[in-house]
Design a protein around this ligand. Sequence first.
Ligand SMILES: Cc1ncc(COP(=O)(O)O)c(C=O)c1O
Length: 398
Amino acid sequence: MSRRIFLATGGALLGILAAGSGGVGYILHKLNRIGSRSNDFHSTEEKLLRSALFRAYPPLAQHIPWISLGDLPTPIEKLGSSLGLPEGKLWVKRDDLTSPVYGGNKVRKLEHLLEDARLRGRKSLITIGGLGSNHSLATAIHGGRQGLNVHLCLSDQPVTKYVRRNLAGFLAAGAKIHYCQNTKDAYRYSRRLFRELKGKGEAPYFILSGGTCGLSNVGHVNAAFEIAEQVKAGLLPEPDKLFVAAGTCGTISGLIAGLKIAGLSTRVVGVRVVDSFPAYPYIIRYYAQKVADYLRKYDRSIPRVRIEKADFDLLTNYLGGGYGVVTVGGKEAVEQAASRISLETTYTGKTLAACLDYCRKADLEEKILFWNSYNSAEFEQSPNYDGLPDEIMQKLSL
Ligand SMILES: Cc1ncc(COP(=O)(O)O)c(C=O)c1O
């Protein structure tokens, strides 16, 4: 709390100083000086080099905990003709390539969370998710590489081949796995585990399901600023619509806020892939507004934006039988895209199915961007499932 007050005050002071001297060079000079504080993992120059958001608003680089975990910006590619659409109609943001170790949308969130954990001196991470949670896998791999002990509290979901693969990945990354029957049980268990680890001096850091929270949502504001830079550089036309999976809604909220702050008129279309909470319009709006306000606190030159429910769409008719349940459309979309990008059936398959349906009936002039949020890097997998709790082993043998 006191650090926050300190940072906010520092930001205001910096703004006054910068306004008084009137020069970007002066701001950078000030930032670089403060950026050399020993608890900053990256220098300010490095942060500006790697983050489109920090490049647009340099004072943020001083205040937002962030560590680079991979390769940003991610590329933009044409996808249309490989899917039977006119060339230049459909584009893909290759966020599967956010990191060569393990990519996908979770990397952008963890870049903030892992640095926040480090600054707070935490030694272990606790997070929750389904049995095949990509967020849990990203946390296990990237958290483990930062020297943290990772605990995963996992609850039931249908056991597909992707789930088996991720379970083998958790084990290879050295994560400790705890079985919980459902999400409620996982939250209850994680609270107990938090107290236990704290008692043992392991200083745990808790990450909410899907890695979504006020701080981590900044990751996708940065992603929106990448799009703005890529449009400006002529790498793609300004998209009319952007299709993205909506699970815990950190990804979609950050994108909505970021596009609005960056002044793009791209409309975000979320495809709901979870049965209920938190994928509701009012939650998305809340998160998007919160992250926009949070950033503005540290740099008053960021335009004040008001996020409305009318700013985005949330499609609910591609979920099928529920979270993780394979749909015919989702499976077909995965197969159709396979020659170009590797998707799965829980998130990106359903999202691409919605996106293709839209593209087929959309105005010829409309340009559509599909957000590939699923990791495509090969990751280490344990050759067996030794180390999994008995309850999970039983499910695998069914
Ligand atoms: C591949 C993939 N895409 C999209 C999402 C949804 O992201 P969010 O939880 O930020 O809505 C997830 C979440 O786990 C995911 O694993």
